[in-house]
Design a protein around this ligand. Structure first.
Ligand SMILES: Nc1nc2c(ncn2[C@@H]2O[C@H](COP(=O)(O)OP(=O)(O)OP(=O)(O)O)[C@@H](O)[C@H]2O)c(=O)[nH]1
Ligand SMILES: [Mg+2]
Length: 288
């Protein structure tokens, strides 16, 4: 999956794998790491790589690490799904398309958010206009959120998969640990529940995890970049962090079909987004 932020890449990965592997919010730059979503069928295994939305204009280390993680994911991939939003082609799409072209791998153009087009007849000009912008093996309009045309997309993907050994056991849905997924769900809740810039300066790390037969206990640290953000996350009398934790817990219980007990601590780590050491600790080592 490749494209500018917010086009619906993570939504599609989750829809195709039938599980919430990757977090989704209405804010751009939600995904920060490359995350595998694995779909195993009797005849074919498709390993989807969700990636951070490609973006320019920021010199922060975290943004460079995100972009590098996305471009590195294209190396060795059999196929790119280049995702755009049906409501308009932007300069951000051009920027992402350049990265795709540099990778030189075959690509499908996936035009998402079909449901946002007001009339059926609006689709044809979009198809014509968008498909002329690059060299795409297929052009497939979908709605990842509603599930429209996903079977056709999947069929076309299946047909272009090369013969090879099965890379993952059939029960594997992702390469990411439970710690990572818990941290991500917490980050998702903060991105959607907190206002303005605070959520962009957040990182979450699950430091302890205990799996009991009927209960999972997780202890998470939420890193903020500034003292003022600590108050925003915690809220008055701790109300905000309580809401965040409750909402995360409910999601996690649905994803893993287990009861969860979550504890959180909010700590300041100044400018972690520009610190190589902090980013390594948060799992960016492969792309720094
Ligand atoms: N209307 C509509 N909204 C969609 C569709 N697919 C995704 N969205 C919404 O678009 C927003 C972004 O979705 P994501 O899946 O997080 O997008 P992304 O491309 O992974 O974004 P980054 O991780 O920031 O690169 C969310 O609010 C989704 O609910 C769709 O088919 N129709
Ligand atoms: Mg995403």
């Amino acid at each position: 999956m490749i494209g500018r932020p917010n086009t619906g890449k993570s939504t599609l990965v989750n829809a195709l794998v039938h599980e919430k592997i990757s977090i989704v919010t209405s804010k751009p730059q939600t995904t920060r790491h490359s995350i595998l979503g694995i779909l195993t069928e009797p005849e074919v295994q498709v390993v989807l790589v969700d990636t951070p939305g490609l973006h320019g204009g920021s010199s922060r280390l975290i943004n460079r690490a995100m972009n590098r993680s996305a471009t590195a994911s294209m190396t060795g991939a059999d196929l790119a799904l280049f995702m755009v939003d049906a409501t308009g082609w932007t300069s951000g799409d051009n920027h992402a398309l350049e990265r795709l072209q540099e990778a030189g791998i075959p690509a499908f153009l996936v035009i998402n958010k079909l449901d946002l087009l007001k009339r059926r007849e609006d689709l044809l000009p979009v198809l014509e206009n968008f498909s002329a912008r690059g060299d795409f093996a297929e052009v497939i309009p979908i709605s990842a959120r509603r599930g429209t045309n996903l079977e056709r997309l999947l069929d076309t993907i299946r047909q272009s998969m090369p013969l090879g050994p099965q890379l993952f056991p059939p029960e594997a849905k992702t390469d990411r640990s439970m710690e990572f997924r818990i941290a991500e769900v917490l980050r998702e809740k903060m991105l959607s529940m907190l206002r303005q810039e605070a959520p962009y300066g957040l990182a979450v790390e699950v430091l302890a995890l205990e799996k009991r037969s009927d209960l999972i206990l997780a202890d998470a640290v939420i890193w903020v970049e500034r003292e003022s953000h600590q108050g925003i996350v915690v809220g008055r009398h701790g109300e905000q962090i309580k809401k965040i934790s409750t909402s995360a817990r409910m999601d996690l219980e649905a994803i893993f079909s287990r009861r969860f007990y979550l504890t959180t601590h909010v700590k300041v780590k100044e400018n972690w987004g520009d610190s190589v050491r902090a980013l390594r600790q948060l799992g960016y080592e492969e792309s720094l």
